[in-house]
Design a protein around this ligand. Structure first.
Ligand SMILES: [Zn+2]
Length: 220
């Protein structure tokens, strides 16, 4: 493993443990990938299948080329085709986080998108988080549906399944995952009372502009 891959693997393990600690993933559900070239070939490091965050070791991360070539001692997550599809289609993204977090998954089970009911929905880089139709996990159909639903966004829901969040950095992908899960919880609570009002396209466009201007941390 190169030094770069070792660093990325350690970061991936820490992120998986944080998702577990935050309650976004349980047991061996959920997975995470980081873009990582090897010998000049485009690819990713992805979490292994069937290993919970508590016992996950950096050495168990699996390298998978964007051409589908799998290298490593462990089997990659069964959902690796989905990660590959996102990273292949979006060269601007470095990290993909997938969770079965309770509230995002509940909304996905209703086959409903997360609409612009709150300005923070813009954290996904658009005015709503769409929900793909149902396809079996690990299938090419699901990978294609996720890549299409993401478009130029950074999050989507998958019907009867869960959440996909992505970022230009791992920290950004984690921030999107945590925020969208929290927003799904608020949305479901509001929905239990009445259908929440939505912000207009113009209002969301203004928020998206402001996020572009003020979105990153700045030292004064
Ligand atoms: Zn899944």
């Amino acid at each position: 493993m190169t030094a770069d891959a070792a660093t990325l693997s350690a970061q991936a393990v820490a992120a998986m443990q944080r998702l577990d600690a935050l309650g976004l993933n349980r047991g061996s559900t959920g997975n995470l990938s980081l873009r990582c070239a090897r010998d000049g070939r485009d690819g990713m490091l992805i979490t292994p299948t069937g290993v919970g965050a508590e016992e996950l070791q950096p050495s168990q991360m699996v390298w998978v080329g964007l051409d589908g070539d799998v290298q490593g001692d462990w089997h990659p997550s069964s959902e690796w085709p989905l990660h590959r599809a996102v990273l292949a289609r979006r060269p601007d993204l470095q990290a993909v986080v997938h969770t079965h977090s309770v509230h995002a998954t509940a909304l996905a089970c209703l086959q409903r998108e997360l609409p612009p009911f709150h300005y923070m929905v813009a954290v996904c880089g658009a005015d709503r988080v769409p929900c793909t139709p149902y396809h079996p996990f690990g299938s090419d159909a699901l990978s294609a549906a996720v890549a299409q639903a993401l478009g130029d966004r950074q999050a989507c829901l998958m019907a009867q399944h869960g959440l996909v969040a992505a970022g230009a950095t791992l920290a950004q992908a984690m921030r999107v995952a945590v925020e969208i899960e929290a927003l799904c919880e608020v949305y479901l609570k509001a929905l239990a009372v009445a259908e929440p009002a939505n912000l207009s396209a113009a209002q969301m466009a203004e928020v998206l502009q402001q996020f572009k201007r003020y979105g990153s941390a700045r030292r004064r």
